[in-house]
Design a protein around this ligand. Structure first.
Ligand code: COA
Length: 162
């Protein structure tokens, strides 16, 4: 049987435990997950594209079923180029729904053969986002347990290294 591969796209500035949980759960359904880090997503990232990809690689270095790479341009074009027809997105709350619905429908209009699969985010990560984690860290609050250790270290380095 052909390998079932899915793409999990996002900005990942940086990867949080919420993202990690979605990747791990996706691996129960798919043989491989490509974590696709977006070059341009209209945000002004704290970490460069290379740094964001690197952090994902480090976190999943022991798992050969997780691949991290960058992409630019249209997500559906990238999916075509990788020969993958499934996109995974995590849903945290009702507030995510409208944006996700809009993206999924636009992607379907652009490429009807590509499907978006939504996973409910674990309740433990409902309230976190990359932005809120960076804000809390910037203001001296603890982000322990909310991001992988590697990521926590990189955030501290970026925000507080002289
Ligand atoms: N746990 C914790 N946080 C989560 C989460 C989870 N399970 N799922 C999402 N988030 C957070 C992210 O940390 C992020 O927080 P931030 O806004 O503070 O940075 C936010 O939710 C949403 O980010 P993300 O999942 O990374 O998506 P995005 O909106 O940044 O990325 C792209 C969207 C890159 C997938 C989209 O812009 C895209 O496809 N771009 C390519 C161009 C294209 O094809 N455009 C047309 C698409 S219709």
């Amino acid at each position: 049987m052909a390998e079932r591969i899915a793409i999990y796209p996002g900005t990942f500035d940086p990867l949080t435990n919420g993202h990690v949980s979605i990747v791990r759960r996706s691996l129960d359904i798919f043989d491989k997950v490509i974590v696709a880090v977006a070059m341009h997503s209209g945000k002004n990232p704290l970490f460069s594209l290379e740094e964001r990809v690197d952090m994902v690689r480090e976190v999943f270095q022991k798992n050969t079923r997780v691949i991290a790479e960058e992409f630019s341009g249209l997500l559906v074009e990238y999916a075509h180029s990788r020969g993958v027809n499934t996109i995974i997105r995590g849903l945290r709350a009702v507030s995510d729904f409208e944006y996700e619905f809009q993206m999924a429908l636009m992607n379907r209009k652009l490429a009807p053969n590509i499907h978006t699969v939504f996973m409910m985010t674990d309740y433990k990560w409902l309230y976190i986002s990359s932005t809120i984690i960076k804000d809390v860290a910037r203001l001296g609050g603890s982000i322990d347990g909310l991001v992988p250790e590697v990521v926590a270290g990189r955030i501290r380095e970026r925000l507080f290294a002289a």
